[in-house]
Write a protein of this length. Structure first.
Length: 462
């Protein structure tokens, strides 16, 4: 017998030690603790790492192998003891029987442990299945939330597109209305100018396409008229378009391209200038470019001059197609044109002052339109944003004569003071224009550029 040590174990109060335990030898007690500890430790550790049935079966196999190995070692020890001391074994038959009985008890204990282990595994599977069901439920709820959010975003996008389309339609309708007003205004003036001319008639044809805007019918020839209500010079595209329209419509020998508010590019040196072209049949056709018609003081006289020039070209050039007669008529045309030009020069001087006044009026209208546009934009900004900006402005900005601040610098200070705010620089710039006088704002020369606010400064230095 080897040396022995005494240990104290802490057990639950309700636990009762089996009577067989008191008959174990110290070596058997050590074996029981060693095997039991390994079983419990391995069960705890491996239970957390269970993934599938194959792994569980492997674990059972390893556990059985381990127990069998321990039993084999125990048998070997018993055989060694039996071989070394046969006599002692005879005297200890009873003890051996007890050992066998204890071995059977241990095997029974191992079997119970395996049963408990299987029960734990079943419970673990059940818990895992329940967790998987809950996880699937959460995933379904998240998917539904994503779907609802996506549908809501789609609805918002459709609303924004509808709003943009409405604004575009309004702008397009506004442009069409302005064009229509120009066409009908020009037709009214022609009707007044040529009301006494033989067999004169006019017809509005803008809606037909590639036929101009107004047709003028006279006794000897007809005129295809196209009016342009542009804010800048009428370009090459529109000149080529009226040439194409004139060549396509063979009943016209003349076309008038009338720019109501501006000059026609490359043909703006005089109130009106003619250009000749050749039709597919080799006939001469003439286009008259009329500049800045709305600002002409005597519109009727200008149109009569153009008509007389067309009549001269018609009789002496188009009809006769004779070079000598053409030169003669061109001289007459030149004289008539010079007279008209002299009159136009006189009237243009008088118009210069009117143009300046119109430009001032236009600037005032542009400022009013810009102000109205800014007000419309501000209406779309959330009320709480406007309240935050106005409150911050009152607490941060003061009147300072002679000092100007730009909106980018003001917005940087605003973002510094309101770091969590979602207000953009565009919203900020649009909002402050709703409570600042337009006289105190210096507009940017570029679209969307920063503004400069006059006579203000920060209450606290930046």
């Amino acid at each position: 017998m080897g040396s022995q040590k005494i240990y104290s174990l802490i057990l639950p109060a309700e636990f009762e030690i089996p009577n067989e335990f008191y008959s174990f030898t110290p070596e058997e007690n050590a074996l029981l603790i060693k095997i039991g500890t390994q079983v419990i430790f391995s069960s705890k550790k491996e239970l957390l790492e269970l993934q599938n049935d194959d792994y569980i079966n492997n674990l059972k196999t390893e556990l059985r192998t381990y127990h069998e190995k321990e039993l084999e070692e125990h048998k070997i020890k018993l055989l060694l003891v039996e071989n070394d001391n046969t006599t002692a074994m005879k005297h200890q038959e009873k003890t051996f029987d007890l050992v066998l009985k204890e071995k059977e008890n241990m095997i029974h204990f191992y079997k119970e442990s395996i049963v408990r282990f299987d029960t734990s595994i079943s419970e673990f599977k059940s818990i895992s299945q329940q967790l998987q069901i809950e996880l699937n439920t959460k995933n379904t709820e998240i998917a539904e939330l994503k779907t609802n959010l996506y549908e809501k975003m789609k609805e918002e996008a459709v609303k924004r597109e509808e709003l943009i389309q409405q604004i575009t339609d309004k702008k397009a309708q506004s442009t069409i209305d302005i064009g229509n007003r120009g066409e009908f205004m020009f037709q009214e003036i022609t009707n007044e100018t040529f009301r006494d001319f033989p067999e004169y008639e006019s017809e509005h044809v803008a809606e037909r396409g590639h036929l101009g805007d107004v047709w003028l019918f006279f006794k000897d020839f007809n005129v295809l008229c196209d009016t342009k209500f542009h804010k800048s010079k009428v370009g090459k595209h529109h000149r080529e378009q009226i040439k194409s329209d004139l060549q396509r419509n063979t009943k016209f020998k003349f076309a008038w391209l009338v720019s109501l508010e501006t000059d026609i590019n490359k043909f703006g040196q005089a109130p009106f200038i003619f250009e000749s072209i050749i039709s597919e049949n080799g006939d001469k056709l003439y286009i008259c470019y009329i500049n800045n018609f709305s600002n002409t003081e005597n519109k009727n006289e200008l149109l009569r001059s153009v008509w007389y020039a067309c009549r001269t070209l018609y009789y002496d050039v188009i009809e006769k197609q004779n070079e000598n007669n053409e030169l003669k008529l061109l001289k007459v045309f030149k004289e008539n044109t010079m007279k008209s030009l002299e009159h136009m020069v006189r009237t243009s001087r008088e118009m210069s002052d009117n143009i300046k006044m119109l430009q001032q009026t236009k600037q005032a209208l542009d400022d009013s339109i810009r102000s109205m546009t800014n007000n419309n934009i501000v209406l779309s900004i959330q009320d709480e944003h406007q309240a935050v900006i106005k409150q911050w402005w009152e607490n941060t900005i003061q009147c300072s004569q002679g000092i100007n601040l730009k909106t980018n610098k003001i917005y940087k200070q605003f973002k510094k003071d309101n770091s969590k705010s979602e207000i953009t620089s565009t919203d900020f710039k649009s909002c402050i224009q709703s409570f600042i006088s337009i006289d105190d704002i210096i507009q940017s020369k570029t679209k969307g550029g920063e503004l400069e606010i006059k006579n203000i400064s920060f209450i606290v230095s930046v």
